[in-house]
Design a protein around this ligand. Structure first.
Ligand code: URA
Length: 238
């Protein structure tokens, strides 16, 4: 989801269904407030979290929201879905306005899912340029060995996207389990990478995204608000 940044005159004209000329009159008559301050110019920039008041009436006031969910299998990483329960369905009692998922997980994957209404924050987290590390615990049908780590570090050619995957770190945990750390997120990336070895993934669990770790106190399907430190660990880039 893109950040909803734009001019205040465009917002007011749309919200109140009035021409921009009338918005200029409101500004001239000192009837428009942005975050408590008088608006002086029609091209003043606003975003989805700006508090906007007109003639004493609040037209927009939204709190930033950041959640972590321990996603269970069978829950779709989407805001709406006809067939399956969605991640948002699990956020019981939460205002869903503008909520979106920062980095999807496949239907049968489990683990850390981040959900927010702050598009600048989610874009900073997911932008390929920022190379935020995602860590997964992967369980495989067949035994694994060090040749996997070499191939993951070297990168694999993905025909469909026309790219070579970035160096990924694979650490063997046991005969059938590995920790995989990726700095990108191509479609079904981990399954496709193990697919090169004809080794099906039987379980895929995301443990962390950047510095945000899945809270061990959260049972499958449970969620909590992010702490200030977790939110601030994501460096905004614009
Ligand atoms: N890679 C996958 O194949 N699936 C996921 O859910 C996440 C990464």
């Amino acid at each position: 989801m893109a950040s909803k940044r734009g001019r205040i005159d465009t917002f007011i004209a749309k919200k109140l269904q009035i021409p921009k000329k009338s918005v200029r009159s409101l500004i001239a008559n000192q009837q428009l407030l942005l975050n408590g301050d008088m608006v002086m110019s029609p091209d003043t920039q606003i975003d989805e979290f700006s508090v906007i008041e007109c003639q004493g009436l609040v037209l927009q006031q939204r709190q930033r929201a950041y959640w972590m969910l321990h996603k269970p299998q069978g829950v779709v990483s989407a805001t709406v879905d006809e067939q399956h329960q969605t991640a948002l369905d699990l956020l019981k009692g939460v205002d869903k306005d503008l909520l979106h998922i920062a980095g999807r997980l496949d239907l049968n994957s489990t683990g850390l899912l981040l959900i927010t209404n702050d598009a600048r924050w989610s874009q900073a987290l997911m932008s390929p340029d920022n190379k935020v590390t995602k860590r997964y615990l992967v369980t495989l049908a067949n035994p694994i060995d060090e040749t996997y780590a070499v191939a993951f570090a070297k990168g694999m050619w993905f025909e469909y996207e026309g790219i070579t995957t970035q160096a990924a770190k694979l650490t063997i945990v046991s005969r059938h389990q590995a920790i995989v750390e990726l700095n990108e997120g191509k479609y079904h990336q981990i399954k496709r990478m193990f697919g090169r070895f004809n080794n099906p993934v039987v379980a895929l669990h995301r443990e962390s995204i950047g510095q945000i770790e899945l809270d061990n106190n959260l049972q499958l399907g449970e969620f909590r608000a992010l702490s200030v430190d977790e939110i601030d660990s994501v460096k905004l880039t614009f």
